[in-house]
Write a protein that binds this ligand. Structure first.
Ligand code: FE2
Length: 291
């Protein structure tokens, strides 16, 4: 079986395991962490070259799988190595429901906060740091709904972590969550979607891996925004043309949600089309880099 198919199967099994754990029940945190840690332990399924750092940034946030309603959304987060002078961090924020992070490779520093003000002044709040954790392979942290956290890039090598959320990061509800201006600030904003999450990234598949995937079953290939399909390996089925600017062209393509879909094209157009397909329940989306 190809690595892509093995990863798709493992992701689906994890999604189903998470769906079987009902929120609020005793042991929820432990059950979620165990499911995510088991997937993170399959390090062979997550080669770094499938999850490149996005050009012009210090990381990348890749959709692995999620339910069509965005629940139990699993992502692969990659971060570049930090230097003494460049410790990338985000600002304290919270997720709509619970969140879990587990290590695949390298380190991810998390500071965890609770909100201690009474919420009576819009745009103002006070956080109290409750914990600091560095998540390495074999380790996981679970944040219950309501907890805030912020992440810093401190590792000396690139890192890969699974980030799993009760509700996907691109949900409208997530966009309304408070984001503090800094760990020290008492001021927060809502309605801000971090630039890094404007579009969720799509894992890379190489031509040789595509050939291996095609050996098992037919895989739809979509050429986004008139991408050059001459990079497709010989014998590949003809690509269907779709437009990231007219998503009705994507809706018109009949796809089986359980079969991987390969998108050929530039990074951002592919991400826009992938988002549309994820909403239609397509579980595995891959990007063949534009030559
Ligand atoms: Fe977060």
């Amino acid at each position: 079986m190809s690595l892509i198919q093995e990863r798709a199967n493992a992701a689906l099994a994890t999604l189903e395991r998470l769906q079987a754990v009902s929120g609020g029940e005793a042991g929820h945190a432990e059950a979620v962490k165990a499911a995510v840690l088991d997937l993170a332990a399959r390090t062979e399924l997550f080669p770094l070259d499938h999850y490149p750092v996005k050009p012009g940034t210090r990381g990348g946030f890749y959709r692995l799988i999620e339910a069509a309603d965005r629940r139990n959304a699993i992502y692969v987060s990659v971060a570049a190595a930090a230097s003494e002078t460049d410790r990338r961090g985000n600002s304290p924020h919270r997720h709509v429901g619970w969140a879990t992070i587990a290590g695949i490779k390298g380190e991810e520093f998390n500071a965890v906060y609770e909100r201690i003000d009474d919420g009576s002044v819009p745009g103002q709040g006070t956080l109290r740091k409750r914990d600091e954790v560095t998540i390495r392979p074999g380790e996981a942290v679970y944040l219950p709904a309501g907890d805030y956290h912020h992440i810093e890039l401190r590792g000396s090598e690139p890192s890969l972590h699974l980030h799993v959320y009760d509700l996907g990061v691109d949900s409208p509800e997530q966009g309304e969550q408070p984001v503090f201006l800094s760990p020290e600030s008492n001021e927060y904003k809502t309605g801000v979607r971090p630039e890094a999450l404007r579009y969720i990234a799509v894992p890379v598949v190489g031509p040789a891996e595509l050939v291996e995937l095609l050996r098992q079953h037919p895989v739809p290939i979509l050429a986004v925004d008139e991408a050059d399909t001459s990079i497709l390996p010989p014998g590949t089925p003809a690509a269907v043309s779709v437009s990231s600017k007219d998503l009705s062209t994507v809706s018109a393509v009949v796809v089986d949600p359980s079969v991987p879909v390969v998108l050929v094209g530039g990074i951002e157009p592919v991400e826009i089309v992938a988002e549309h397909l994820a909403r239609r329940g397509v579980r595995t989306l891959l990007r063949l880099p534009f030559a």
